[in-house]
Design a protein around this ligand. Structure first.
Ligand code: ZN
Length: 496
């Protein structure tokens, strides 16, 4: 599976970087520069809005290497209207120019045939070893998908598998790399080991959603929908990550599949990546805490609370409402480009509300409420460092300023921050109510005004963030990974 994941990594390099990777690396003397190129899959800093970090390198093309250089969205759209059979706007095609300069859409399984076939062969070999029937069926169908470009049968099979101890997410999946048009999926792979105990506990919390929905601190008209209890939640350790998901920032939770027809038929699965969270806690959140949180509250920042907050964030996406109360359609449609940041803000604050409720009921005993509050605030600094260009970054900025306004966070004279525990519950409730109301009303202007009021980076915050950078605290982690790291040796017939 790891060898198959490496094939996706090769493809992602070709999608992300218009030049040749090996020539780029060979042109560099500095080991640090080479390493940073590998981390970013190119000479643009993914944690700094894709700013070039090597001399002489221009801005990153918006379409990465998924479209011909200089092609405009208008030109591609009009060609797509004239020649729909070329599938120029497809999720699984790369756009190139033919000999006469016309746009053509080349299916991924053709454009990246060598890597797709190699990965397919490896998945079939793995399927032969699989003892879990669901996993076996999925691996075989995924191999077929890589050869034909028809991913839906394997997505359905992925949702059907429930008892597999190993999992693999592989293929062209997310579209964030395509900043030109947002159509093209980038290749990625996760090889995962399921944690059965935590997965069982997550499932249990999902079952409590309808009850928690009724208790939401908002007018009853904003909570008329009943959340599904069939959410598929699991906790996993990451064994290997390749391609898009290994580029720049590292994910701690996945929600798939993206195919809306599969979602309607089978729902979706949320995967929590425990060891990735642990790495971020140890290497980033702990040092941030020591830098920015008052000394007597530092012990309240715990991994258990961090894991809980992150896990309940995912579960809390299921709370609230998906459709506006005026019956005009979905919240997402009404709030457009504002929708993601508000939805992430909702999940964070309702995650905390869930913790409060579950601790009250004795359903959650891993950490104390104070730990969850202080860990939550320390995490705000971690997330804001990903920048205002990310939905999570924006959501964190809003809640930081909101909590200050409500008196739930105060800054001491030495520059460290204190969580005012007795104000937190009210602040959480009030923010939850504001967000749920904005979503329910589907009011775009009010949402923009809310983000404007609370979305400002203050000098005090800038000084705190500068302090973290000066202390050399990383914004994100990189993974040491591979068969050697796992102590598995080198497989035979790996094609290398
Ligand atoms: Zn989320």
């Amino acid at each position: 599976l790891i060898e198959a994941a490496k094939a996706m990594d090769e493809v992602f390099w070709m999608q992300a970087y218009p030049g040749n990777r090996d020539s780029l690396l060979a042109s560099l003397d500095s080991e640090a520069a080479k390493r940073y190129v590998m981390i970013n899959y190119g000479p643009w800093d993914r944690l700094d809005g894709n700013a070039p970090f090597l001399p002489g390198v221009g801005p990153k093309p918006l379409g990465a290497n998924l479209y011909p250089r200089g092609a405009t969205p208008e030109a591609i759209r009009s060609a797509a209207d004239l020649y729909p059979e070329r599938d120029l706007l497809g999720l699984y095609t790369v756009v190139r120019r033919d000999a006469r300069g016309n746009f053509e859409g080349i299916p991924y399984h053709v454009a990246f045939q060598e890597q797709h076939q190699r990965a397919a062969g490896l998945l079939r070999q793995a399927a032969a070893f699989a003892q879990d029937a669901g996993l076996k069926a999925y691996l075989e169908l995924r191999a077929d998908a890589l050869e034909t470009g028809d991913y839906q049968p394997s997505d359905l099979a992925w949702m059907d598998m429930k008892t597999n101890p190993l999992d693999v997410v592989i293929g062209p999946i997310e579209t964030y790399e395509d900043q030109l048009m947002g159509f093209k999926a980038a290749h990625e792979a996760y090889v995962l080991l399921k944690d059965p105990e935590w997965s069982g506990r997550l499932q249990r919390y999902a079952e409590l959603l309808p009850e928690l929905q009724r208790g939401l601190p908002v007018d009853s008209t904003y909570k008329t929908e009943t959340p599904g209890t069939d959410a598929d939640l699991g906790a996993y350790d990451v064994l290997y990550v390749g391609g898009d998901s290994n580029a720049g920032s590292k994910t701690i939770a996945i929600n798939l599949p993206n195919d809306e027809e599969v979602q309607l038929a089978k729902g979706s699965r949320r995967l929590q990546l425990k060891n990735a969270m642990r790495a971020k806690f140890d290497r980033i959140l702990r040092p941030i805490t020591e830098n920015l949180i008052v000394e007597e509250q530092q012990a309240n920042v715990t991994f258990e609370a961090f894991f809980g907050n992150t896990m309940f964030h995912e579960v809390a996406h299921g709370l609230g409402i998906k459709n506006t109360i005026s019956g005009t359609g979905t919240v997402r449609e009404a709030l457009q480009d504002r929708a993601s940041a508000l939805e992430e803000g909702k999940a964070d604050v309702l995650g905390l509300y869930m913790v409060e409720s579950l601790i009250e009921r004795g359903e959650w005993t891993e950490a104390e409420l104070n730990d969850h509050y202080v860990t939550f605030v320390a995490s705000i600094f971690r997330s804001i460092r990903f920048g205002a260009s990310s939905a999570h970054g924006r959501a964190n900025l809003v809640r930081f300023n909101y909590f200050i306004e409500k008196g739930a966070i105060v800054q001491e004279e030495d520059g460290r921050w204190r969580v005012v525990i007795e104000e937190m519950e009210n602040a959480v409730e009030s923010l939850a109510r504001d967000i749920l109301t904005l979503q329910g009303d589907g009011d775009y202007d009010a949402t923009a005004a809310f983000a404007g009021t609370y979305g400002e980076i203050t000098p005090a915050l800038t000084a705190s963030l500068d302090g973290l950078a000066a202390a050399g605290i990383p914004v994100d982690v990189v993974f040491e990974q591979g068969v050697d790291v796992l102590g598995l040796g080198t497989p035979e017939a790996s094609g290398e």
